[in-house]
Ligand binder design. Structure first.
Ligand SMILES: Nc1ncnc2c1ncn2[C@@H]1O[C@H](COP(=O)(O)OP(=O)(O)OP(=O)(O)O)[C@@H](O)[C@H]1O
Ligand SMILES: [Mg+2]
Length: 279
C-alpha cells in the first residue's frame, strides 16, 4: 500500500531554504504485549541531511520498514523521537513507496498517478500539468489510459514511483521499491532513479537488501543490526554526482560492497542461528 499524503505529519517548519532534515533519536519500537512481544527497534539514531540520498540495508525482520513508517508518521515509536524538518513552503513533507507496492487495479495509469495529488487541493490545471510531467519522466505517457493489468511488472512499479514523485514532497521514503523486479529490469529502474534524482534532488531514505543498489544510488549506506534493529554502520559512498552505473566496475565500489557484506554477514548469520534455536 501507498501513503503519499503525509497525513498526520506535524513537521517542524523551518524558513524556506533552511533545508530538510530527518533526525531519529534513540528510537525503539515494541510490537504486541506479554509473551507475544517483539522488540523491532532499539536505540536507533539516524540523521539525514538536506538532499541526501541515504540507503539502508539490514537483515530481514530487523525493523527497516518499521523505521520508515515511524519516519512517515504512520506509526508511533515506543521510545525516542523523530524530528522531520521541511521548508515552510512544503505542502506535504513526505511521500512513500511501500515495500508491497500496490496501485489501484480499477484506475487507469493516469488516475493512479493523479490520486497522489487528491489531498492537496491544487488547481485542476496544475494537477494535469504535474501528472503529465511525471508520466512523461517515467516513460508512461503512451500508457496513460491503460489499466495496471495491461502493464508489465516494471511499468507498474514506474506507476508506483510516479504516484509518489508527483507529490513533489521534499522527502521521499522508499521501501525496497525494486525488490519484485527481475535483475535486468531492476538495473534499468535503478539507473532511471539515479538520473531522476540527480535531476531533481530530494531527501531520500531508500531501503534495500541489495548492496550494489545501495552503493550505486546512495550518498551514504546505513547498516542495521539484526532484531532489535539499530544502526551499526554508516558509510559514505566515495563517488560524487552526477554519477552513472559505470562506477560499478571500479575497485572502490567493490571494496565498499565487500566491507558492507562483511558487516552484514554477521547479522544475517546471527539471525539464522537464532531462528534455528527457536525451531
Ligand atoms: N504490525 C506489526 N505487528 C506485530 N509485529 C510486527 C508488525 N510489523 C512488523 N512486526 C515485526 O517487527 C519486526 C520488524 O519488522 P519489519 O517489517 O519492520 O522488518 P524489515 O526489516 O522491514 O524486514 P524485511 O527486510 O523482511 O522487509 C518483525 O519481527 C515483524 O514480524
Ligand atoms: Mg521491510
Amino acid at each position: 500500500m501507498f501513503d503519499w499524503t503525509g497525513r498526520g505529519q506535524t513537521p517542524t517548519e523551518g524558513p524556506v531554504g533552511a533545508g530538510t532534515r530527518i533526525r531519529v533519536q534513540d528510537v525503539g519500537k515494541i510490537y504486541g504485549v506479554g509473551s507475544k512481544q517483539v522488540e523491532a527497534l532499539k536505540g536507533v539514531d539516524l540523521d539525514i541531511r538536506d538532499n541526501e540520498f541515504v540507503c539502508m540495508v539490514g537483515p530481514s525482520g530487523c525493523g527497516k520498514s518499521t523505521l520508515l513508517r515511524i519516519i512517515a508518521d504512520l506509526q508511533r515509536p515506543s521510545a525516542g523521537e523523530v524530528e522531520v524538518t521541511t521548508s515552510a513552503a512544503a505542502l506535504r513533507p513526505s511521500a512513500v513507496v511501500f515495500q508491497d507496492y500496490s496501485i489501484y487495479p480499477w484506475k487507469t495509469v493516469k488516475d493512479n498517478v493523479k490520486f497522489g495529488l487528491l489531498a492537496q487541493n491544487l488547481p485542476k490545471a496544475e494537477v494535469e500539468d504535474r501528472v503529465s510531467r511525471w508520466l512523461d519522466k517515467l516513460s508512461l505517457t503512451a500508457f496513460a489510459d491503460h489499466y495496471p493489468s495491461q502493464l508489465s511488472g516494471g511499468m507498474r512499479q514506474r506507476v508506483a514511483i510516479a504516484r509518489a514523485m508527483v507529490v513533489e514532497s521534499e522527502i521521499l521514503l522508499m521501501d525496497e521499491p525494486f525488490a519484485a523486479l527481475d535483475a535486468q529490469l531492476r538495473r534499468v529502474l535503478q539507473e532511471e532513479l539515479l538520473d531522476l534524482w540527480q535531476d531533481m534532488r530530494r531527501t531520500v531514505l531508500f531501503i534495500t537488501h541489495n548492496l550494489d543498489e545501495a552503493i550505486l544510488l546512495g550518498d551514504r549506506v546505513v547498516v542495521m543490526s539484526g532484531r532489535p534493529g539499530r544502526v551499526i554502520g554508516d558509510y559514505e559512498v566515495p563517488f560524487g554526482r552526477p554519477r552513472n552505473a559505470e562506477i560499478r566496475g571500479s575497485a572502490d565500489f567493490a571494496a565498499l560492497e565487500q566491507e558492507l557484506w562483511h558487516q552484514l554477514r554477521h547479522e544475517v548469520d546471527d539471525g539464522a542461528a537464532a531462528r534455528a534455536e527457536v525451531a
